[in-house]
Ligand binder design. Structure first.
Ligand code: BT5
Length: 324
């Protein structure tokens, strides 16, 4: 496979301006024309853009855009976040790698970025669709000195950071749906997954997974996601540079994280509420123990959602899926 790929790319490299016919490629590589066609399709899937002209053949017009660690490092003005960058082409899940690195004493601020996740995960073992070269699939290792019950605050801090970064980067106005969704025009553009490593009463690391749909087109989503998911590119109608957005997110996240360590959650809470979609609205919160319907009042100092049901009783929701 990779040997054939290499031959195919070599053939194009040696024939820069010209079109290469399927038959010619088949001869060079030593396979059938059908096999050539299959490999051309594989190249397309991997982000190459090829022009196909009848009777002439194929020409590569664009090679895939990758986000290299150097690109992220260049001009990154953070002190801690992104100090160590691990960049991978294909992984199961960046969370899995982050957990391993955190166990191996990776410093705070270590980040893991992948071009593609085969088993990207959401909460409660749900899947996160993470196709190649289109999104930002990233995990960040933090080591705050806070008790474990406060860990969900990090999800909210991250949501604010990502919203601010997207706003600055695209001019779009995303909104946050408690606890971990970022929506644009009602569709999900970002999911956040916060996981913990802790001793009995002390957090050893918090691993924040951030998945941002950047350059997907509608048809890149499986059918079940087309109705509920969107990408920045779909919303602002242009292709975006992922490395620049990663930098911006790391900068915003670091600012808010330092603010949080210094001043506590309150300033974050105010910012979070200013971006929240559900506050003041009637919602249904589906928890593992049942559903609660009522008015979302806001969040507590700890980031817990308060919902007032019709009898006037206020429920504290620690973990749920929210329907608007
Ligand atoms: C989340 O879970 O939203 C957290 C997603 C975190 C993904 C990042 S990527 C980097 C890091 N490494 C990982 O393996 N994960 C993290 P949850 O709230 O459970 O939402 C999951 C649901 O969102 C799925 O059940 C789908 O309905 C939907 N979904 C899946 N992929 C999507 C996508 N690309 N865009 C929008 N919605 C998606």
């Amino acid at each position: 496979q990779s040997e054939l790929r290499k031959k195919l790319l070599d053939a194009f490299t040696n024939n820069e301006a010209e079109y290469l016919s399927g038959q010619h490629l088949a001869d060079i590589i030593g396979c059938s024309r059908t096999a050539v066609w299959k490999h051309i399709e594989e190249l397309r899937k991997d982000g190459f853009e090829l022009e196909a002209v009848r009777r002439k053949g194929y020409k590569i017009i664009k090679v895939p855009e990758r986000v290299t660690a150097d690109e992220v490092r260049l001009g990154l003005s953070t002190r801690v976040l992104g100090r160590d960058i691990h960049y991978e082409e294909t992984v199961d899940s960046t969370q899995k790698i982050a957990h391993r690195l955190a166990n191996e004493d990776a410093p705070e601020g270590t980040i893991i970025i992948a071009e593609e996740q085969l088993l990207g995960r959401g909460r409660m073992d749900r899947r996160w669709h993470s196709p190649k070269y289109t999104g930002i699939w990233m995990s960040v290792i933090l080591r705050p000195n806070i008790p474990p019950p406060k860990a969900p605050q990090l999800t909210l801090i991250t949501a604010v950071a990502v919203v601010q970064a997207i706003e600055d980067f695209t001019g779009l106005s995303p909104q946050i749906k408690w606890p971990n969704d970022i929506l644009i025009n009602g569709k999900k553009v970002t999911g956040i997954l916060t996981e913990l490593q802790a001793d009995a009463d002390r957090i050893t690391s918090i691993i924040i997974g951030i998945g941002i749909n950047v350059n997907q087109k509608v048809e890149d989503y499986p059918e079940d996601l087309q109705a509920i998911a969107t990408s920045l590119s779909i919303e602002c109608d242009k292709k975006l540079q992922r490395a620049d957005l990663i930098k911006l997110i790391l900068q915003k996240l670091e600012q808010l994280y330092f603010l949080y360590l210094e001043k506590g959650f309150y300033p974050i809470k105010l910012l979070w509420e200013s971006y929240a979609i559900s506050i003041g609205k009637y919602i249904t919160a589906r928890t593992i123990t049942g559903s609660i319907h009522g008015k979302a009042l806001g969040i507590t100092e700890d980031g817990v959602l308060k919902v007032e049901d019709d009898s006037g009783k206020v429920h504290h929701i620690y973990s749920a899926d929210i329907e608007l």
